[in-house]
Design a protein around this ligand. Sequence first.
Ligand code: SP5
Ligand code: ZN
Length: 345
Amino acid sequence: MLILFSTLHQGHAPAFEFFRGERVPCFETPARAEFVIQALLARGHDMRDPEADSSAVLPLVHSPRYLAFLESGWTQWLALDPGNNERQPFPSVWPVRTLRSDREPVDFIARLGLYSMDNGSPLSAGTWAAAKACADAAASAAGLLTRGERSVFCVTRPPGHHAGADFMGGYCFINNAAVATQSLLGSGCRRVAILDVDYHHGNGTQSIFYERPEVLVVSIHGDPRTEYPFYLGHADESGAGPGQGFNLNLPLPAGSSAAIWFEALETACTRIARHRPDALVVSLGLDTFAGDPISTFKLQAGDFSRLGARLKRLGCPTVFVLEGGYAASELGSNAANVADAFEQG
Ligand code: SP5
Ligand code: ZN
């Protein structure tokens, strides 16, 4: 399978996130991408740099003011105090209900809150360059599919599925699955399906396409009553307006077994087949793995082969974009199991 990857991900390397009021080392590390690349190369897959520039697609997915903030954010942070080079900015105030989000504050931390859903998406010096390279990979993958490639694997880090039209969240800045989807629609696909198998609900992806019938969004994830992102991902969210019926959430209880998970995958695949998509975008989170440090599903290494083989049976040109998965040393082989089984069937 063709792999798209940029070493620019290394510049996104924040040191800490918060857990129970304490700073803890980030779960979403540069090592994750290196493990995935090493495993895919070891199994003989071909690797390339992204070739497309996603600049024209980005404003179709994200708001201009959010993109402007992301692109210049680190420079603005440094402008406040050169010593900030050694510090990480975190939001501390958010425009929740009754507060205004239409007026952009001048204060940097207030703007960071405006454009964040949580305090769990730390910025660092190379965040924009890393995120933009992932979007370029997603746009490139769409181009390759349009030119006849059957499947492309984007090793996207930082991940994307929690990022909405105008906010970052859950380690995500640019929604790579949405960029791939929008690029596919722009190059002639009439209908696209997105399947999100990350442990966490892809709230950003759902919200971006919620009113659009040409993009079916299906997600299997931990029940948001107990699992992040908590405020979206319930079974009664089925789309709105023209998009009514084109969003399917399959929340599962924390601790669910592989048997339960694959039952949900069958439901997902049946709905996707009924959409008759011209292309499939898979938000491939591997944090469903039993050994994941922040998640509770029970999939084993062989289950990722089973997933790849099932997705192949859908018979669609497919873009895989990497999302979560924090058992770094097993992440590579789990990702490669999906890719190998998809190719071999
Ligand atoms: C892309 C993706 O998978 N994002 C996930 C974001 C989850 N953010 C919340 C992390 C909470 C960490 N809890 C640590 C529990 C340690 N036992
Ligand atoms: Zn996740």
